[in-house]
Design a protein around this ligand. Sequence first.
Ligand code: PLP
Length: 508
Amino acid sequence: MVHLSRVKRGKQAQKPQQEQDQGESAASPYVYGTHYATEELPEHVMSEREMPADVAFRLIKDELSLDGNPLLNLASFVTTYMEDEAQNLMTDAMSKNFIDFEEYPQTAHIQNRCINMIAHLLNAPTTEGDGELDTIGTSTIGSSEAIMLATLAMKKRWQNKRKAEGKDWTRPNIVMNSAVQVCWEKAARYFDVEEKYVYCTDTRYVIDPKTAVDMVDENTIGICAIMGTTYTGQYEDVKAINDLLKAKNIDCPIHVDAASGGFVAPFVRPELEWDFRLEKVVSINVSGHKYGLVYPGVGWVFWRSPEYLPEELIFNVNYLGSNQATFTLNFSKGASHVIGQYYQLIRLGKHGYRSIMQNLTKTSDYFADELKKLGFLIMSDGNGRGLPLVAFRMKPDDDRLYDEFALAHVLRQRGWIVPAYTMAPHSNQLKLMRVVLREDFTIHRCNILLEDIKAALKSLQEMDAEMIQKYTLHLRAHSAKKLPQQHAHYKNEKHSLQGKTGKTHGVC
Ligand SMILES: Cc1ncc(COP(=O)(O)O)c(C=O)c1O
């Protein structure tokens, strides 16, 4: 039914012409009627005058709508969903500086409770009696800061030992997989430690324990083993490295980078020995903002005992009357994320985390099976033997004109962010794609993605060679244009794995 309405005679009060024109002079201006709507936002120099709060809010919000949708971002390990209660607690804590222990003692207590609970998950060694354990830990901004601190601790401990023995202590090195996350390259470079890489091959994407142990020499400060590599999510064989070091009687510590696996393996593969149960493992990092289920940024780092965290790295800060031992790169940071972590730990308990991680493992196995049916090769390990992610590639011998990058571009048009990248150096420039399953990736969403992958393949199959080339070149140019320009001065660096080998880093 159409409802017709008769027009009434108007009695609207007329404003003076001048006030109408100014628009924004009214008490609450309508954003798109103000002069701001017809001007560029300040980009280079701060404006002289204030901008009304609602205008600033709306214009920034509008611009951010061009960012990808975090829920559809299957590239990232980082949490994109938290309950409203957690968000409220985090918002309330945003104005607290975490380091002000004196003013916010409960926040400091909450951090310590998180440290206890996570250290127990990592099987911190227990000693006789009911007292405190030897294990020590701290919160960080993420795994990168945690890894910087762990690298410093390994280096300092090695140097102290060498100095005590009257030996050269100036040429430390660290052994690691070439598939390490870029933060390891940074740690090594920033702290003057030589990087010794165990390279991947086109069939092995994790560290080879024997090669790693064979590379250890008197200058090695430690071996890094990854629980969940960024490329394929596979768990490295920490136990094999541990056992080889023991069998050969080599005094070399292991640091486990459990950025992603630290909150997955304890729930999905509790029997897998990779943590403090292994004697040679002296320190472990975990990202709270990945499978710890907190928004970015919070991480955690633990040392087996004070023996592995030399005293000279610790600063006792007497801050407003309270003495605190700190080991961090930054002083101030927000308190919200530590509080968010505590919320998740007590809200979910072990049962909650286990249910989520097991669901994700099931869904990733299902997704991998379906991709296999579509003809893809699966490069990640299923059934809880790696992170709940699926790394996959197209069959090499396929007579097709498009590649993984083209498929990623088509999916992007539908909103899905599924990265395509090349494997770590020495693996024959293998191209792959990776879908990281986070807690909000249900089977329902998984099936929608599968349908979209089928549709994308179909549209690519229908294009001829020239069309595909034009299409991918156009899309690549378009996405490159959207990103901030790389600084011309640093464009051609040759010191990193990226600079030397063209390694592309899997998104985190
Ligand atoms: C294995 C590994 N280590 C370290 C990092 C760096 O972690 P963060 O982003 O928490 O600094 C990542 C990031 O994804 C990672 O996957």
